[in-house]
Design a protein around this ligand. Structure first.
Ligand SMILES: NC(=O)c1ccc[n+]([C@@H]2O[C@H](COP(=O)([O-])OP(=O)(O)OC[C@H]3O[C@@H](n4cnc5c(N)ncnc54)[C@H](OP(=O)(O)O)[C@@H]3O)[C@@H](O)[C@H]2O)c1
Length: 199
């Protein structure tokens, strides 16, 4: 598996810390040049490599850590997203009406034709996501949901490798609704800083 994080702000950098902590290679990219991102990437760890957006999108698993309104700009870069898994770490604080009545991940997924879309890593604030997920003898939980059930297992395996305890919530409009923001209403699991003691 190859991994890229698109968006290298608070959440992108928090995730890069998680990869660096476990010496897992990850590409990071934003609209800025790789040269502009490189010092920050290097400061996080040697496995964090800045690339251009187009080069970063060669990874087979791509974590979206851009503001929700920017997801279409990222989607446009590839003519087809077939064979890619996209992990949606975004929260959309826009009214449900602006999402065609869909949950934000289902709405964003429409732009990424052919991709397998998994909602995950969106429910913790950046500072918590950046910190060691092994706390108080347990593992910090990440919630995963997707309409592509076969796509959850590899993302759960990645979450485990990073030290988190993955919890599968099923389809987006089922358990996944608990980790979505709708307008100003936060899903009940957003910002819940939970631990799982037994593995
Ligand atoms: N902050 C949190 O605690 C938190 C918690 C959970 C989820 N989230 C979600 O995570 C996402 C990112 O939030 P953030 O707080 O990390 O925001 P942020 O600090 O503003 O970072 C956003 C990043 O996206 C990049 N970007 C913007 N447009 C882009 C585009 N079209 N293509 C590629 N890169 C682009 C920006 O870099 P350039 O300007 O260089 O392109 C920047 O690196 C949001 O959807 C947010 O709702 C945030």
């Amino acid at each position: 598996m190859s991994y890229a994080i698109v968006g290298f702000g608070k959440i992108g950098q928090a995730l890069a810390h998680a990869f660096a902590r476990k010496n897992i290679e990850v590409t990071v990219a934003s609209r800025r040049t790789p040269e502009a991102l490189a010092p920050q990437a290097r400061a996080i760890g040697p496995t964090v490599v800045a690339k251009s957006l187009r080069d970063a999108l060669e990874a087979d698993t791509i974590i979206l850590a851009v503001p929700f309104g920017e997801h279409r700009e990222v989607a446009k870069i590839l003519p087809s997203w077939k064979g890619k898994t996209v992990i949606d770490a975004m929260n959309a604080l826009v009214p449900l009406e602006e999402l065609d009545g869909l949950l934000s991940s289902a709405f964003a997924a429409k732009a990424f034709t052919g991709a397998k879309f998994v909602k995950g890593f969106n429910h913790l604030i950046a500072a918590t996501l950046a910190a060691d997920p092994i706390v108080e003898g347990g593992h910090r939980v990440v919630f995963l949901s997707s309409d592509h059930e076969d796509a959850i297992a590899p993302v759960a395996a990645l979450a485990k490798q990073l030290g988190f305890a993955p919890v599968r919530l099923g389809k987006l409009n089922e358990g996944g609704a608990l980790v979505h923001a709708r307008g100003r209403i936060w899903g009940q699991l957003i910002f819940q800083d939970l631990f799982k003691k037994e593995q």
